[in-house]
Design a protein around this ligand. Structure first.
Ligand SMILES: [Ca+2]
Ligand SMILES: [Ca+2]
Length: 212
């Protein structure tokens, strides 16, 4: 009985200690993470259990709900959609839409730019985006018919999250991306915008592939 009491107290105080140094819900801390958190690919029920693994040797791991799960190393598993995601963020590589698609496929032949079919998926991906980049390509275009937006798998858009007054096809914009800041809407967080497909700005991209 005494042993049980001691163990309970130790676990309790350890939990408090871990919580005290934990700030893994801080999105802005994303860039300083040493690697993606892994290990809990089921819905966490024990808060302490999640937070204990949030730090490793005093260094911060990425957000607590990220895990590789059945995905390849370096990809992030979305438990709800059972899809693996990887965000490309290479400041040295300027990517237009086609280049971004090729970069995804180069990682894995089953990988492609993200096709976002629900708000849940959209929110999940937005949490992965680093504020170091202003925009991230996704697998959505209206190249074949102006205003008719289609995912690269051929399906029509059922969910969308466009910025206000977008898509506006300004100067012929046929490819979509998550876009944060603009002179048009200021900083409204990552919502969708249509941009010229050929534009190779300092943009990132969101890749997806099926779980193994
Ligand atoms: Ca267009
Ligand atoms: Ca636009």
């Amino acid at each position: 009985m005494k042993v049980l009491l001691v163990v309970t107290l130790v676990v309790f105080f350890l939990g408090c200690f871990v919580r005290a140094q934990n700030s893994c819900n801080d999105v802005t801390g994303y860039d300083t993470c040493i690697k993606f958190f892994d290990g809990l690919c089921f819905r966490p029920t024990a808060t302490v259990q999640v937070q204990k693994t949030c730090w490793e040797n005093g260094r911060k791991l990425c957000k607590t709900n990220y895990c590789t799960g059945p995905c390849e190393e370096g990809w992030i598993y979305n438990l709800d959609s059972r899809v693996c995601y990887k965000v490309l963020m290479n400041k040295e590589v300027s990517m237009n839409w086609s280049k971004a698609q090729r970069e995804c496929t180069a990682l894995n032949r089953f990988a492609k730019l993200a096709e976002i079919k629900s708000r849940t998926e959209n929110d999940f991906i937005k949490d992965l985006l680093s504020p170091r980049f202003n925009a991230f390509w996704i697998g959505l275009r209206d190249v074949n018919q102006e205003g008719h937006w289609v995912w690269t798998d051929g399906t029509a858009v059922t969910f969308s999250d466009w910025h206000r007054n977008e898509p506006n096809n300004a100067g012929n914009e046929d490819c979509a991306l998550f876009h944060r800041n603009s002179v048009w809407w200021g900083s409204a967080g990552y919502k969708w915008n249509d941009a010229p497909c050929w534009y190779a700005g300092n943009y990132g991209a969101v890749c997806q592939m099926p779980a193994q």
